[in-house]
Design a protein. Structure first.
Length: 197
């Protein structure tokens, strides 16, 4: 029922039917219920909503659609060039199927690039047009501040895609419990606050 309704509303059959069954599995619902759009609202015109409400509504519907979506499929091509015993490697990722990510595009800061693979074949000779030596140093990661630790807890467990998605996904604790977790760790002596001098 839900599967056919969702597919009819969106106008495409590009949802993973197995995912729909997982998303709407009533046996797995305990205390926290998902916020989902009503079936009737999916047919409504939201242009008369205030912009802030429309954004929240679009976020909820797009997250729902993404949860039904197929996986992202990428083709990876690696080009290895050798010179004087050294290997120079360049890796290209090209999206074959957008899958669920097409519903999250408006929430990502990373823009899609139209990547063109170089026209090379195995055994081709390449010519160096220019060269440059750059001296760089890596710096150790900075210590956490309370703000950066809270942010790290908020995005903990997110996969590579989600690093670019500016919405809450998994995380440690909830916004209401994270500060308490930090205070408890300080109290038990696992971490300590050190003021700048």
């Amino acid at each position: 029922m839900i599967e056919s309704t969702v597919n009819n509303i969106i106008g495409k059959n590009d949802f993973d039917t197995e995912r729909i069954k997982v998303v709407f599995n009533s046996e797995k619902v305990t205390d926290h219920h998902a916020i989902i759009p009503t079936i009737s609202s999916l047919n409504k015109d939201i242009s008369n909503l205030p912009e802030s409400e429309a954004k929240v509504y679009r976020l909820i519907t797009n997250k729902l659609y993404a949860s039904f979506g197929y996986p992202l499929v990428e083709n990876t091509t690696k080009i290895v060039a050798e010179f004087d015993g050294f290997e120079f490697i360049n890796t290209y990722k090209i999206i074959a199927e957008e899958g669920f990510t097409k519903y999250l595009e408006e929430y990502t800061s990373k823009k899609k690039e139209d990547i063109q693979l170089p026209d090379v074949k195995i055994g081709d000779f390449l010519y160096i047009e220019n060269k440059d030596i750059k001296e760089k140093y890596t710096n150790p990661p900075k210590h956490f501040t309370e703000d950066t630790l809270l942010k790290a807890m908020e995005i903990a467990g997110n996969d590579e895609l989600v690093k670019d998605v500016e919405i809450e996904r998994k995380g440690l604790g909830t916004p209401a419990t994270r500060a308490g977790i930090i205070e408890n760790l300080i109290y038990k002596g696992y971490i300590k606050e050190k003021r700048k001098t």
